[in-house]
Design a protein around this ligand. Structure first.
Ligand code: DX5
Ligand code: ZN
Length: 223
């Protein structure tokens, strides 16, 4: 699939999400951060907002569920039009069934891993998912500093994916910028979420292009 850039709409203007999406035509996905004030301290948006944006945006929606009980709530995000749905393994009761249910609804299923969570116990889920998200900050807020301590886990995920084979994407999220994206690409990531770096730039679409070219220069995967 090559390198993909998914700007986080958490850093966009929530009063103008449709217009914000048109400012980043070069983005592969729109990353939408769903927070419930339980799994994470912050509270953001739910399925109705994703449904509204999915109807008007050119890019597909990548929903990142930072919520308790994703087993119960994930289906409504697929119904709302999200093409990729990421749940946290720390919150899921039955991640295998959850991933299968998401796929059965026609969306890509993805599992997310927080900085203090080990990846090994979840390696058996690889056949059930289309993407692994390795968090490079504690989930909950945009604009935090990138955690270099998470990079070995990105490399470990890359090894697992390569051993497994198939088209499983490897996403990083948190503190991704022109300063940090090369390290992520070198560790094996191929899909990059960036919120403050993109929407804090004078020209967000030019920033998407710069992030992509930085990652492409340092990627492990063939061009
Ligand atoms: C954090 C969210 C991220 C956040 C990234 O919990 O999952 O998607 O918006 O923002 P930046 O790129 O500013 O770290
Ligand atoms: Zn996110």
């Amino acid at each position: 699939m090559g390198i993909q850039i998914a700007p986080s709409m958490l850093s966009a203007d929530f009063a103008n999400l449709e217009a914000e999406a048109t400012r980043i035509p070069g983005a592969d996905w729109l990353h939408m951060d769903v927070m419930d004030n339980h799994f994470v301290p912050n509270l953001t948006l739910g399925a109705p907002v994703i449904e509204a944006l999915s109807k008007v945006a050119a890019q597909p929606i990548d929903a990142h569920l930072m919520i308790d009980d994703p087993d119960r709530w994930a289906p409504q995000f697929a119904e709302a039009g999200a093409k990729s749905i990421t749940f946290h393994v720390e919150a899921a009761r039955d991640p295998l069934t959850l991933a299968r249910n998401i796929r059965a609804q026609g969306a890509r299923a993805s599992m997310a891993i927080k900085p203090d969570t080990a990846l090994e116990p979840y390696a058996g889920l690889l056949p059930e998912v289309d993407m692994i998200l390795i968090m490079t900050v504690e989930p909950g807020f945009g604009g935090q500093s990138f955690m270099d301590s998470c990079l070995p886990k990105v490399a470990q995920a890359r090894e697992l994916i390569d051993q497994h084979g198939g088209d499983i994407w490897l996403q990083v999220d948190g503190g991704v910028s022109l300063e940090t994206i090369e390290r992520c690409a070198e560790a094996g990531a191929d899909m990059f979420v960036a919120g403050s770096a993109v929407f804090g730039a004078d020209d967000p679409d030019a920033m998407v292009a710069s992030l992509r070219s930085h990652a492409e220069r340092h990627t492990q995967s063939p061009a």
